[in-house]
Ligand binder design. Sequence first.
Ligand code: DGJ
Length: 534
Amino acid sequence: MRPWTSVALMLLCSPAFGFQAQPSAIPHLERHGTATELVVDGKPFLMLAAELHNSSSSSLDFMRPIWPRLAAIPLNTVLTPLSWELIEPQEGKFDFTVLDGLIQDARRNNLRLVFLWLASWKNGMSSYAPVWVKQDTRRFPRVIEKDGNPVEILSPLGTETRDADVRAFAAVMRRIREVDGDAHTVLMMQVENEVGVLGDSRDRSPAANQAFDGQVPPELVAYLQQHRETLIPEFRQVWEAAGSRTSGTWQEVFGASPETDKIFMAWHYGRYVNHVAAAGKAEYPIPMYVNTWLAGPKSSPGQYPSGGPLPEVMDLWKAAGGAIDIYAPDIYAPNFAEWCDRYNRAGNPMLVPETRGGTAGEANVFYALGERNTIGFSPFGIDSWQDADNDLGKSYEVLAQVAPIILKHEGNGEMAGFLLDQDHPRTTVEMNGYQLDVSLDEIFGSGAKTGYGLIVATGPNEFLGVGRGFRVSFSPKSAGPPRAGIGYIEEGTFANGIWIPGRRLNGDENDQGKFWRVAPQRINVEKAVVYRYQ
Ligand code: DGJ
């Protein structure tokens, strides 16, 4: 059992927390082989999701015409902000009008929700804190940067700020438990948004300077020693290059560089956000994640939020507390697969909470699912999409059909996903006793420029392929006859889990039996049956 699962179970069963629901009854994470699944109402759930623009859900009226458009995409989950400024406009006075209304409207449209708790930070800044927090800079101190000026970023070293955020988030989670503890419309919570210091590599407020010149906390040193072999290699390298010291100031232990400032900030943001998440889980322990503004090429800490949960500082966040279940990337960069690969390490489950929709999203979702077992995929700004942008919807329509098969096979080495283009025209995969050579589709000298898909081994000698623009040849990798041929290829659809065959694909459609072709014209679902011979 994973540590967070056991923590969730302990919290659920503890009378101290008052909440008596059965553990399996609320959304939670479960390990399935090497994958992590979100389990909702006792069944694994694949979030085919999208995120609203930042301000849309602040008005239930504004949202009214948007809901049916979302339901038509087709999505099953909407990620939507829930802001501290609207929840607690006056200190200690909570207003749940928007929270309750969004849950009811989502239910009416047969959609699930993930709430984004925009509180102390959003895109690094603190614009979503209520005015009573913003104006009291003595009680709620700001980050101070190199020039000595406070900026509109709450300092993560402000304990009164943290405790105020904790009280508000605990109230939110209590309310969600009261209004949704049975129906489970709300699946997960994002705690804060893209945190980190912008404009400088670290906070230089008096409290931060004092902590920075002090000793590295013993809890962090203990974590480094206990997890030395499994630390994220990029982070371990920084520590080892500075001499693998187990005591000293931050600069003595990690070296004097902006990277150390980032490590220091990651520890303090990690402590703060874990504290907020833990208080929320004490009320209602559904899964909680944090999202990350990713570093651009050749950029330095402060150009992107310094201290946010980037892969190279994920260990700092983990050392800082155990309440965050998933560290997640907001992938707008073109190297989508690379970022997935960097996040889906060291037991971190995959979730893509923000990304591009359109044709990029249409393709990328296949890699995230097929190769990285993602729990959910969620392009940003769904409410401004026009019908013409709905390329992703075409993928979701097909993926919704095959979701039960994906969920059954993920995490056990029987599934692969791929993105192909002119720079990456082929890849090989081994599964089900075969090597599969997957390449850009081609027939009679004309070929696809891009291709994507996922393949699942659904039975002995049987494969399911979904996507477009790729072709596959098979070679045996297990004992038995040395050659493999294509028995037959069928396209089709799933209706309520039942396979409805369409065309038998032969002749030009499988290059006279040489390749399993999933042609580029449209997203297709195809079954391939192969055989062995002497
Ligand atoms: C990332 C943020 O997390 C979102 O809230 C939004 O501001 C997008 N950037 C805009 O691209």
